[in-house]
Write a protein that binds this ligand. Structure first.
Ligand SMILES: Nc1ncnc2c1ncn2[C@@H]1O[C@H](COP(=O)(O)OP(=O)(O)O[C@H]2O[C@H](CO)[C@@H](O)[C@H](O)[C@H]2O)[C@@H](O)[C@H]1O
Length: 473
């Protein structure tokens, strides 16, 4: 089977969050299973683009409304990622620093999608499946089915994966003229709630759509940021497939970013060494239990609760507990965390910003990882934590419910709490501190977590099965 993944992010080329991790790993495992998976993404101005070898495989141009843009497509020549990577360059539009946050993001990602299809339209061999990820690529299934100029692409199966339904990419109907021509009576397929909504359009037009965990799919039928009715209407095309993690990248025994390597036989000593170095770096006492948070500082991740959870837990545990935080996002949350640091001095330290290497050191050096998410479509951090012998403390929501069982239950690997509220998170932190002091049990649970199989093998097979059920032979 030949699969073309279309995405705005892919690790290690450009990463903002978990979308990149998935698109950097799933195609690799599909190739290992004997299929041909490729990724096409925008050529941002990234280090990866400048430090790897590329050949120009396509030159052309694309119309976006009345504007004409040159398009170059570059293929990475060394297969360093384990699959064919294509970077689509639109000078002046896509070749910017940073993935999102530009004033013309809507035009940038629309031009990207149109240019991908113009290119695909010229392939002699067509792929069996075009797999689109999140709203930045959500108009692809509509255009493949209904734009006059992509008539050739009608029989290629389309799959759309919802990584996060909170972000839908809506824009006004006044921008409709930017899309390549189609029968106007079909315009309703693009819309939802008074606007063009790329995520809704993808749910309507893709041959199948998936979420990144089964439990999140169930949640979306009742709570989908306005798309609930549509989700229920299109239920027949839905599948929840749990993400995996790239166990080659995320392996404490071989991770080059760690000061000390370890595996499930040597984790007590190995984690101890990592913790000591991390605590030295963050000026914390390594004898105390260490709880960390890594992620985007936004309400969906429960980041606004963190200042109170951290302050109150340190008080309740009589300062016998440390926290480390790595992340960036909402300036109010950042400000409040800084205020928290002022009065929790020796028990809490933080670093704002994005730092991949530090995130690995934190997964390895922490005892627990806290995720008080309000919404969590899958969550990768808890699976990285488990793999690194760090016990996840998670709110029972979305994919966290599918991947973490409470240690009070048989086969438990973490700590779960129910409410996205400070008091409940603090109770969970209290249980974590107790567990930390029950050394034998703590070790058993960490060892068990490290042995869990969250690799991509099962999930990659589930996607392949889904493709097989729809492709036209
Ligand atoms: N400041 C920082 N420095 C370094 N690394 C950082 C960082 N902030 C975050 N990260 C890293 O970014 C990734 C975040 O993964 P999540 O699963 O939490 O992603 P996110 O919510 O972005 O993605 C969405 O898509 C993914 C993939 O489908 C779903 O798992 C998830 O639930 C959904 O919200 C992890 O690799 C984490 O280590």
């Amino acid at each position: 089977m030949e699969i073309l993944h279309v995405s705005a992010e892919c690790y290690p080329v450009a990463k903002v969050g978990g979308l990149a991790d998935v698109v950097g790993a799933l195609p690799k495992y599909q190739c290992l299973a004997g299929h041909m998976a490729k990724v096409v993404m925008p050529a941002y101005n990234t280090r990866f683009f400048h430090t790897h070898e590329f050949e120009l495989v396509h030159q052309g141009g694309t119309w976006l409304g009345h504007d004409w843009y040159h398009v170059n497509i570059w293929r990475e020549t060394t297969n360093v990622l384990g699959f064919d990577l294509y970077l689509l360059d639109i000078p002046g539009l896509l070749d910017k620093d940073g993935v999102y946050g530009h004033h013309n993001d809507m035009q940038r990602f629309l031009a990207f999608q149109v240019a991908v299809l113009d290119w695909l339209n010229e392939w002699q061999h067509q792929p069996d499946v075009v797999h689109c990820h999140d709203h930045h690529t959500g108009l692809v299934p509509f255009m493949m089915s209904h734009s006059y100029k992509y008539e050739r692409l009608r029989n290629i199966a389309t799959v759309f994966t919802i990584h996060n339904a909170q972000y839908q990419g809506q824009f006004g109907w006044d921008q409709l003229y930017l899309l390549p021509g189609f029968d106007l009576w079909k315009a309703g397929l693009l819309g939802w709630d008074g606007a063009i909504n790329p995520m809704a359009a993808a749910i309507k037009c893709a041959w199948r759509f998936t979420t990144v965990s089964p439990n999140y799919m169930q949640e979306l039928f009742t709570s989908a940021n306005g798309l609930e009715a549509l989700m229920n209407y299109e239920k027949g095309k839905a599948a929840g497939i749990l993400n995996g993690i790239d166990t080659n990248v995320w392996n404490p025994a071989t991770d080059p970013m760690l000061p000390a390597a370890y595996d499930e036989h040597t984790f007590v000593k190995g984690k101890r060494e990592n913790k000591e170095q991390l605590c030295e770096e963050f000026d914390l006492d390594p004898e105390l239990p260490l709880i960390s948070f890594i992620g985007r500082l936004v309400a969906d991740k429960g980041a606004d609760l963190l200042p109170e959870i951290i302050g109150r837990s340190i008080y309740e545990q009589k300062q016998q507990l440390n926290f480390i935080l790595l992340g960036s996002g909402d300036p109010h949350v950042e400000w409040s965390l800084q205020q928290t640091k002022l009065y929790t001095g020796k028990n809490f330290n933080l670093q704002f910003g994005y730092n991949e290497a530090l995130s690995h050191r934190i997964y390895a050096g922490s005892d627990f990882l806290l995720m008080p998410s309000r919404v969590e479509p899958c969550g990768l951090n808890q699976m990285y934590a488990l793999r690194y012998g760090t016990v996840p403390i998670v709110r029972s929501v979305g994919g966290l419910k599918d991947t973490v069982t409470d240690f009070g239950d048989p086969g438990g690997s973490g700590i779960r709490f129910i409410h996205a509220a400070t008091w409940d998170a603090c109770l969970a932190v209290g249980r974590a501190v107790q567990l930390y002091h029950d050394t034998a049990r703590f070790q058993d649970i960490r060892e068990h977590g490290m042995q869990l199989d969250n690799s991509w093998d099962n999930s990659a097979a589930a996607y392949l099965q889904l493709y097989s059920s729809i492709i036209v032979r």
